[in-house]
Design a protein around this ligand. Sequence first.
Ligand code: NCD
Length: 303
Amino acid sequence: MRHLMRPLDFSVEELDKLFDLASDIEKNPARYAHMCEGKKLATCFYEPSTRTRLSFESAMLNLGGSVLGFSDANSSSAAKGESVSDTIRVVSCFADICAMRHPKEGAPMVAASRSKIPVINAGDGGHHHPTQTLTDLLTIRSLKGRLDHFKIGLCGDLKFGRTVHSLINALARYESVEFVLISPDELRVPDYIIEMLNEKGISFKECTRLEEAIPELDLLYMTRVQKERFFNEEDYVRLKDYYVLDKKKMKLAKEDMLVLHPLPRVNEISVEVDEDPRAAYFKQVQYGVYVRMALILTLLELV
Ligand code: NCD
């Protein structure tokens, strides 16, 4: 039985297969509409989410399956002190596959070690968010036609943003991907990521000004400042509006530079950018459903 815990759990070849499947689902949804009939997905969310949980649920419903779960730790037995290990054993009796989000790093991994059904990490603290990475990769592959030979800028909260950590790890496996890490000093990418990039000899630079970096980018991945992971409100307030991507900055960018964002957006992308054909963040949400459908089929061994 297979779980998905980290962005590197699938090899590049396995990812290619998964993305081919997701693209086929996009083109021929009817072919997949009954593949999960009689199967159930449990969504166990101990931390807030709109997109990820609904995206998983929509994916399972599109496959003809059913969904059950909780979206708030307080409405589950966690509020009574139940451990994730016990919860997953119980959930294993009710469902065929589980997507779990937890504020504690490693919690879905503990669950997976006790589980009788495949577990998908739907975000664990500031650690990883592998299905967002699958979404990001499928979006890039579908809209750019490739996952290699480009320069990507990641901008915003690179310290606490788990989607950033997962995406850098994943893209580091492809040829000639260069990184521009744009953040305030306090929100720089963690050292272990810098060490990984250095070890692999991958080209990257760190800077603080978006205006300076934007003209050379093929892709810009914007992120929000992760309020819930700050230790004090004052720091958050000081940093939250550090970057605002607006029409003026978009004028400095290449004509085919894509703007991605895992969402939710707060202020970091002005709504006036939404009309720009380079804004791909809402398309990205749609790709998230296709890739989760492909993932569910793969982990349930139905393809
Ligand atoms: C992200 C997350 O939860 O890490 N959201 C998502 O799943 N699309 C990004 C965020 O919360 O900023």
